[in-house]
Design a binder for this molecule. Structure first.
Ligand SMILES: Cc1cc2nc3c(=O)[nH]c(=O)nc-3n(C[C@H](O)[C@H](O)[C@H](O)COP(=O)(O)OP(=O)(O)OC[C@H]3O[C@@H](n4cnc5c(N)ncnc54)[C@H](O)[C@@H]3O)c2cc1C
Length: 423
C-alpha cells in the first residue's frame, strides 16, 4: 500500500487505540486518533491504581511512542458522540474505516432496586472513586471529591474490588503512621505490604486501631477470578486453579489487611437519615458451579459502600445496545449492524479489564482491518485509494479540530497537559 492512500479513524487513544494506530501507521495508513481527554492514557491513568508507578510510566511511554509516530494524527479533547457524531465521522469525514477503542467507562449498576438514589449518599461506584484516588493529589484536580473511610464495605469480587479494599487499608495506614511522625509512601507500602512496614517500626496492625475494609462476594473464595480458569478445564486443572486463587487471596489479605466474606449477594440497602448506611445481603450457596440465592439475610452496616461489580461500555449515540453491551454482529472484531466500515477493539469488546488483553485484542483487530479489510476492500469492493484532494480535505478538517482544541504537536501537548503534582 502506498503511503497515506488510505485513512482510518480510531476512537480512544489508550492501550487498545494506540496499539491499533501502531499497526495502521506501519502500513502507511493515515491514522487519526480521537481522544475525549487531554491525555490519551485511559484506564492506565484513571483505573490502574497509582501505586503501580513503574507500570504506569512504562505504559505511558508505550502509548506516547505509538501516537507520536509518522502517519498518526492525535486529536485530543474530542469526544465522539459529543463533539462529533459517530454517524457523521463514519459517513462524512472521508475515512475508509473507523475503529472503536473507547473502553468500558460506566459501572455496572448495583442490582438493588432504587440504589441509584443513594449514589453519593453513602454509596459510591468504583470508577469515579478510583479516578478521584488517582488524581486527588494533583493541584488542578477539580473532579468529584470523596474520602477514604475506615470500615468501608465493597460489593464485588474481581481484582478491581481488591484494589478498592487496598485503597482503604493502605491510605489509613499511611495516615496513622504520619500521626506518629513516621514517613512512608504508598508505593513502598504496597510493595512491602502493611505488616512488614509496621514491624520495621515496632508496630502491629492492632496498634493502629484501624477496622479496615471488607469485600462481600456472592460466590466462594476459590471462585474469585484472580487466576484464569481455561475454558473446558478438567477437574484436576480446575482444582489447581482454585487452590492457586485461594493462595493468592490469602497472601493479598495478609499483606493488605482486608477481609473477604464469600457467599453474600446484595439484596437491598439500609437507609437511615437520608443516607445509605449499609447493605442487606442474602446468603448464597454454590453447588456444581451454580449459585443459589437463599432467603436468609444478613444486615451489614457500614459508613461507606463501594460497588465494584464491573465496568461496561458507555452508550454511544448511534450504537445499538443489547442490555448493557454494544450489540455486535461479530464479537471477534467488533462489527456493528449498519456500520460496514466499523470495527472495535480492546476493553469495549473483550469486557476484560486487563492491559495485556486489550493490547492483544487490538493487535488482532488491527491486523484484521489492515490485512483483511483494506485488502479485501481493494480486491472485492474495489475500494479506491484516497486521491490527493480527498487527503488534503481530510487533513484540513483534522487540523481545524486540532487548532480548535489548541493542539499543535504531540510532545509539547503531552508536556503541557501533565497535571501539576502528577505522579
Ligand atoms: C481499579 C482498576 C484496576 C486495574 N488494575 C489493572 C491491573 O492491575 N492490570 C491490568 O492489566 N489492568 C488493570 N486494569 C484495567 C486496565 O487498565 C484496562 O482494562 C485497560 O487499560 C483498558 O485499555 P483500553 O484501551 O481497552 O481501554 P481504556 O483504557 O478505557 O481506553 C479507552 C480510551 O477511549 C477514550 N474514550 C472513551 N470514549 C470516548 C469517546 N466517545 N470519544 C473519544 N475518546 C473516548 C477514553 O478516554 C480512553 O482514553 C484496572 C482497571 C481498574 C479500573
Amino acid at each position: 500500500m502506498d503511503a497515506e492512500q488510505h485513512s482510518i479513524a480510531i476512537i480512544g487513544g489508550a492501550t487498545a487505540g494506540a496499539e491499533a494506530a501502531d499497526i495502521f501507521a506501519s502500513q502507511g495508513i493515515l491514522t487519526v486518533v480521537f481522544e475525549q481527554n487531554a491525555r490519551p492514557y485511559g484506564k492506565v491513568e484513571d483505573g490502574l491504581p497509582r501505586w503501580h508507578v513503574g507500570l504506569r510510566a512504562k505504559e505511558y511511554r508505550t502509548i506516547d511512542r505509538k501516537l507520536s509516530q509518522e502517519h498518526v494524527h492525535f486529536v485530543p479533547r474530542t469526544a465522539i458522540g459529543r463533539d462529533i457524531g459517530l454517524r457523521e465521522l463514519v459517513e462524512d469525514w472521508g475515512f475508509q474505516s473507523v475503529v472503536l477503542a473507547n473502553g468500558a467507562w460506566n459501572d455496572r449498576p448495583l442490582p438493588v432496586e432504587g440504589s441509584d438514589a443513594w449514589v453519593g449518599k453513602g454509596l459510591l461506584y468504583q470508577n469515579p472513586y478510583i479516578l478521584w484516588f488517582n488524581h486527588r493529589h494533583e493541584a488542578g484536580y477539580d473532579g468529584p471529591k470523596y474520602e477514604v473511610v475506615d470500615g468501608t464495605i465493597i460489593v464485588g469480587g474481581g481484582l478491581a474490588s481488591i484494589d478498592m479494599a487496598k485503597i482503604v487499608t493502605l491510605e489509613l495506614t499511611l495516615e496513622r503512621l504520619a500521626e506518629r511522625g513516621i514517613e512512608s509512601d504508598l508505593e513502598e507500602l504496597e510493595i512491602k505490604g502493611i505488616p512488614k512496614v509496621l514491624t520495621a517500626h515496632d508496630l502491629t496492625w492492632e496498634d493502629l486501631g484501624i477496622e479496615g475494609s471488607t469485600i462481600y462476594y456472592r460466590r466462594r473464595l476459590e471462585d474469585m477470578p484472580l487466576m484464569t480458569l481455561p475454558p473446558g478445564a478438567d477437574e484436576k486443572t480446575a482444582a489447581k486453579v482454585e487452590k492457586g486463587r485461594r493462595n493468592m487471596l490469602a497472601k493479598s489479605m495478609s499483606k493488605y489487611m482486608f477481609q473477604v466474606v464469600p457467599l453474600h449477594s446484595p439484596r437491598s440497602l439500609i437507609i437511615d437519615d437520608d443516607r445509605c448506611v449499609g447493605v442487606v445481603f442474602a446468603r448464597t450457596s454454590m453447588e456444581g458451579g451454580r449459585l443459589t440465592v437463599t432467603d436468609e439475610t444478613v444486615e451489614v452496616r457500614a459508613p461507606l459502600v463501594i460497588s465494584s461489580i464491573g465496568s461496561i461500555p458507555r452508550p454511544l449515540e448511534g450504537v445499538p445496545m443489547k442490555g448493557e453491551l454494544y450489540d455486535y454482529t461479530d464479537w471477534d472484531v467488533g462489527t456493528l449492524p449498519d456500520y460496514p466500515t466499523l470495527f472495535s477493539c480492546g476493553n469495549v469488546v473483550t469486557g476484560k479489564g486487563n492491559i495485556v488483553e486489550s493490547r492483544k485484542h487490538a493487535k488482532r483487530v488491527g491486523r484484521h482491518v489492515s490485512d483483511e479489510y483494506f485488502r479485501l476492500a481493494q480486491d472485492v469492493r474495489d475500494l479506491e485509494p484516497m486521491g490527493p484532494e480527498e487527503r488534503e480535505a481530510l487533513l484540513k478538517r483534522i487540523q481545524e479540530r486540532q487548532a480548535r482544541v489548541g493542539y499543535s504537536g504531540y510532545a509539547s501537548w503531552i508536556e503541557a497537559s501533565k497535571p501539576p503534582g502528577f505522579v
